[in-house]
Design a protein around this ligand. Structure first.
Ligand SMILES: [Zn+2]
Length: 1072
């Protein structure tokens, strides 16, 4: 025994005794088979190595089947290290000296499996070696160049990769890489150009007192330095480092490149010339802290924002004749009650809006006795008007009366009800400057969910207000400057900050003038500037807009033609596109790409046409956008305007960063050789529905009339294994580099290698948020090791195989045909899952469920089919493992055109084998049942093993009985199958199987262990297990009553005897 282990280990780099034992058991039966066969195709010794194997070796197949592995309690192959060593130890204990010698005697009659493919991944050494191999041979380029199945373009984006590589980046890049590698195997010319956006900006202090040119220089320097750092970090890990994502890293696209900027100007120009770009005064999100307009995608809504909300009353002046009769009794004590969370917008009030369809009530407010009615506190304060003992009638939505009574601590007595439409054109006094203002009909945005059902309307400070204002020709007041301070137009509030003392001053003024019923702290979602983390305001300014209205329908139609993964993403992007207002694309910043416009010095009329835009585009394509700032107006204008240059000045606005990144399709797909528009795929985080996916869609629809992508995939965020957000303060951050390379203490934080991280990516449903942590990684690493073990097993058992050795399909045992049928189906399903980007299904198929048909001994033809299929279908997910296996293939694999395949990614996706798929349905059914039956037999064997009746399953004899006549006859049939591999004892890995004709047999009582297999829900097979008859053959370990009947070889069974008889023992055998 020891000799075996030693020699095996030396010859084939197998390191653990456990594995050596498996290998020995497998091989000890090897030649037996090759000679015992009656079928003609088994003449070659090298085929059919695995017909006969010790029970423990058969369980090697459970590597492919983790589920089974855990249910086989006696299965030493299972991962626990205790188990790993138990097998050989026990075997060694049991084996007497004599047995050892007997076994050793026949050693040379078997072939030892061997392979150079290591059992241990040794990822930290091996993965970089494989990466170097790919790099040295430029495999990515080579395969992409050679493939002739058309283009596949995954367009990288978007931008704003802040900070160093984190798990979110790794998830994103690995998903992209899995897809690209799959498409390579599918014979596509894969193009993947990584992109970098220069979004980094200087903070306020760094910007102080700089001229635009100096500021731009400083900002560019800062951005380049930041991006250089990022790129270094990314490249180190992603490319040259251990993650190794395949991409054109030497030629990334940078949004700062002059060619990129020129392409962006071109997109802008095309939109302008089509009439989609206009200048207008509209309320936009404005960030006082960075003094610029912001797009929706530049906002965030942090938890915990609290506003000062007020219930205010505006005194009514008159009602139109039709309504006067309804209201005249209540004048002059009649007021409109409104509610707002932004009291600072009251100076800009231009109307009160109602919903025409809602019912409103005139109520008399009767303050209840005493101040104790409602508790005044920090949250809530009653206004002076309620404290005053004067008659007060107010109008509120009828539905809200009870709620407001409770809130205000007042009795509201309904005096009259009327419809919202009745209130249109009533007039009221502006509460601050006594202007006369109208009541107007607003839209469905006016509800009775909160407030009073009447909406304070300031068209200069809100989108809906603006729309209502347009309808009624209301004034667009916005008495707030860039810093967020009231202007002179706001009178007494001039100079106060609207988000600070200005807001307080307005509240105070209103209360002093009997206009406030109640003030209340109100916590709600409020937009903050994503850069400065400070609150923003809505403010009407002169800006440049892209008219989404002008091409919204085209965009909505296009969305329907794009494939969205997951499918429900279409709802998100549709909702966001259908509801978005015109896109404010100008920013008041001096870095970024300029809006290429000149203004007439006197009339302020903008100058922007095809000639001016083309001219600027050509300048920027050569000199970059800095030229806009350092060149004179005369030089920036085309020649024909030179005489009038002094009449014009340059615009100072730049474009929204989402317009920058949203033009990437034009700058990259349209401009680079080999790429094509639209891209086949965009793949980013789910937050990009309102960001890059949308801005790209809008620019592309406006200029090309079609979307920039055919498919879009979104993924969720990465959380820790408890489902919490990762944060430094919680200490739960999982760093991808640490996962791959390990921590300082490799024992505590081992380096798993890139493939384990990739396997994790494949295991999660990335369409939602995904979880990772030490526990998850340990499990994934276990599964990886099992898969590696399977590949190693296959490789080592094919060491002497050649493609020419393949057995023709019809000559294969039925159970092997069944195995191949299952394999083909698994490959088909895996392909389908790749096509639908559902990698977790692949993970389940290949890793968890395994190719279950393959959980048995098969001939080399079947093993090689499995090896070639498994290696290739896992290659996109586990490229290092697959390549490692491929580099250790014991045979040469060639394509149909007889070209040699040196690297796994040259091997192409497995071609469907129609022959294998044509396995008849009834056979599929039957063999499926046999495998189920085997599972049940295994359970009984397990009980017998626990009861110490048997050790190895080869020590067992199995009895079967069924009352189902057709099943019984089929069982009989395969007991006596012509083809040994199809016989039941081989399938069960027992020495003997007997089908009993009936149950009323004395024998039954003597059978110590039994169980049942139910098939089709009602029919059953009775299973019995007793000890096998006869003695153990020292060569194949099967029990046979013939052992002892051959004088020369008293320890062999008849089959082994037949082998040995034709192959005399050489003298050297005696040495062992
Ligand atoms: Zn034998």
């Amino acid at each position: 025994m020891s000799f075996f282990i030693k020699s095996f280990a030396t010859n084939s780099s197998v390191s653990t005794p456990r594995e050596a034992t498996i290998a020995m058991m497998q091989t000890s039966s090897y030649r037996v088979l090759s000679h015992r066969n009656c079928s003609s195709f088994r003449k070659t010794a090298s085929i059919n190595a695995f017909q006969f194997r010790g029970s423990s070796s058969a369980k090697v197949f459970s590597f492919l089947n983790v589920r089974h592995c855990s249910t086989y309690s006696g299965d030493e192959v299972c991962s626990s290290s205790k188990r790993r060593s138990r097998g050989p130890l026990m075997a060694a204990k049991k084996a007497s000296e004599g047995e050892k010698q007997e076994e050793g005697k026949y050693k040379h009659t078997v072939d030892l499996p061997k392979t150079t493919f290591g059992m241990r991944a040794n990822a930290l050494v091996r993965e970089p070696e494989i990466q170097k191999l790919w790099d040295d041979h430029q495999v990515f380029k080579r395969v992409a160049d050679k493939n002739d199945g058309g283009n596949f373009v995954l367009h990288d984006g978007p931008p704003y990769a802040n900070g160093n590589l984190h798990m979110g980046h790794a998830l994103n890049k690995i998903l992209k890489d899995i897809i690209n590698r799959y498409k390579l195997l599918q014979n596509y010319k894969v193009h993947y150009v990584p992109g970098w956006d220069f979004l980094q900006s200087l903070d306020q202090n760094a910007k102080k007192d700089l001229t635009p040119s100096k500021l731009r220089a400083k900002a560019a320097k800062f951005a380049k330095a930041t991006v250089k750092d990022q790129m270094a970090s990314f490249k180190l890990c992603v490319y040259t480092g251990t993650l190794w994502i395949w991409a054109d890293w030497d030629n990334p696209y940078l949004t700062l490149d002059p060619e990129y900027e020129a392409a962006q100007i071109e997109v802008f120009g095309q939109m302008a010339l089509q009439g989609y770009i206009y200048r207008g005064k509209k309320p936009v999100h404005w960030s006082p802290s960075s003094r610029t307009a912001l797009a929706e995608a530049e906002l965030e809504y942090p938890e915990g924002h609290v506003s000062r909300s007020i219930y205010a009353v505006f005194r009514m002046l008159s009602a139109p004749p039709a309504t006067d009769g309804l209201l005249k009794d209540f004048f002059p004590d009649l007021c409109l009650a409104i509610w707002t969370t932004t009291p600072w917008t009251v100076p800009a009030n231009a109307a009160v809006a109602v919903n025409a369809k809602l019912q409103y009530a005139v109520v008399e407010v009767q303050s209840l006795e005493g101040d104790s009615i409602i508790s005044e506190n920090k949250r809530r304060r009653v206004g002076n008007v309620l404290k005053e003992q004067k008659k007060l009638f107010i109008i509120v939505a009828s539905d809200l009366v009870p709620k407001l009574e409770a809130k205000w601590g007042s009795k509201l007595v309904v005096k009259k009800t009327l419809l919202g439409s009745d209130l249109e054109n009533c007039r009221y006094f502006h509460p601050i400057d006594n202007r006369e203002c109208p009541v107007v009909i607003g839209g469905d945005y006016i509800t009775t969910e909160s407030g009073t059902g009447l909406v304070h309307t300031a068209p200069g400070h809100g989108q809906e207000d603006y729309a209502t204002g347009l309808k009624y020709g209301l004034p667009l007041l916005s008495p707030v400057d860039d810093d967020g301070k009231f202007t002179e137009e706001a009178g007494q509030f001039n100079g106060l900050h609207v988000l600070g003392d200005g807001n307080g001053a307005v509240v105070k003024y209103l209360d002093e003038h009997m206009s406030i019923i109640m003030e209340e702290s109100y916590e709600h979602k409020y937009p903050y500037d994503w850069r400065t983390k400070k609150p923003t305001i809505f403010r009407a300014t002169e800006q440049w807009f892209a008219s989404v209205e002008g091409f919204r329908q085209a965009a909505m139609d296009a969305i329907g033609h794009v494939k969205w993964f997951p499918p429900q993403a279409v709802n998100r992007i549709s909702a966001m596109t259908s509801s978005r207002s015109d896109w404010c694309i100008s920013r008041q910043r001096t870095w970024g790409v300029p809006i290429p416009v000149f203004y007439h010095v006197k009339s302020r009329e903008p100058l922007m046409n095809e000639e001016t835009i083309d001219h600027i585009k050509s300048i920027i394509s050569q000199k970059g956008s800095d030229a806009w700032w350092y060149m004179k107006v005369e030089d920036l204008l085309p020649e024909k305007y030179h005489g009038k240059a002094s009449d014009y000045e340059k615009g100072t606005d730049t474009m929204d960063v989402w317009f920058d990144s949203g033009s990437s399709w034009a700058a990259v797909l349209g401009k680079r050789n080999g790429l094509s528009f639209p891209a086949d795929l965009y793949l980013e985080g789910t937050d990009q529905h309102r960001g890059w996916f949308q801005s790209s869609l809008l620019t592309s629809i406006a200029t090309k009339g079609k979307p920039p992508y055919s498919s879009v995939i979104t993924h969720g965020f990465v959380l820790d294994e408890k489902g919490c957000k990762m944060s430094k303060s919680l200490g739960n951050v999982v760093d991808p580099r640490t996962v791959i390379e390990g921590g300082k203490n490799q024992k505590e934080v081992p380096g798993y290698g890139a493939d384990v991280l990739r396997l994790w990516v494949s295991s999660v449903d990335y369409t939602g948020d995904v979880m990772i942590g030490p526990q998850v990684l340990r499990q994934i690493s276990d599964i990886y090791r099992k898969l590696r073990g399977t590949l190693r097993y296959l490789l080592s058992n094919l060491h002497d195989w050649k493609v020419g050795n393949s057995v023709s399909h019809n000559d294969l045992p039925k159970i092997d045909q069944y195995a191949l049928f299952q394999l083909e189906n698994v490959v088909k399903n895996i392909q389908e899952s790749y096509e639908n980007y559902q990698f977790f299904k692949i993970f389940q198929l290949i890793i968890l469920r395994g190719t279950t048909s393959f959980t048995r001994r098969s001939c080399q033809t079947v093993l090689s089919a499995h090896l070639l299929a498994i290696v290739r279908v896992v290659a996109p997910i586990l490229p290092h493992l697959a390549e490692d296996a491929w580099q250790n293939l014991p045979f040469q694999y060639t394509l149909e055109d007889s070209s040699k395949v040196e690297f796994v990614f040259e091997s192409k996706w497995p071609v469907v084998n129609e022959k294998c798929l044509a396995f008849p349905t009834e056979e599929v059914d039957f063999w499926g049942k046999i495998l189920e039956l085997r599972t049940e037999v295994n359970k009984v064997l397990e009980v017998a093993r626990t009861g110490k009746l048997i050790g190895s399953s080869l020590e067992a004899r199995v009895y079967l009985h069924t009352a189902d006549a057709s099943m019984a006859s089929k069982l009989h049939e395969i007991c006596a199958a012509k083809n040994d591999a199809d016989t039941l004892q081989r399938i069960f890995i027992t020495s003997q199987v007997e089908v009993l004709p009936s149950m009323d047999n004395e024998l039954i009582n003597k059978i110590p262990y039994s169980g049942e297999y139910l098939f089709q829900g009602m029919n059953k097979v009775w299973i019995g297990v007793s000890h096998a008859e006869g003695s153990k053959c020292k060569r194949c370990w099967n029990y046979s009553s013939q052992v002892g009947s051959f004088a020369e070889h008293p320890t062999l069974c008849s089959r082994c005897y037949n082998v040995i008889a034709v192959q005399p023992l050489p003298a050297m055998a005696a040495i062992s």
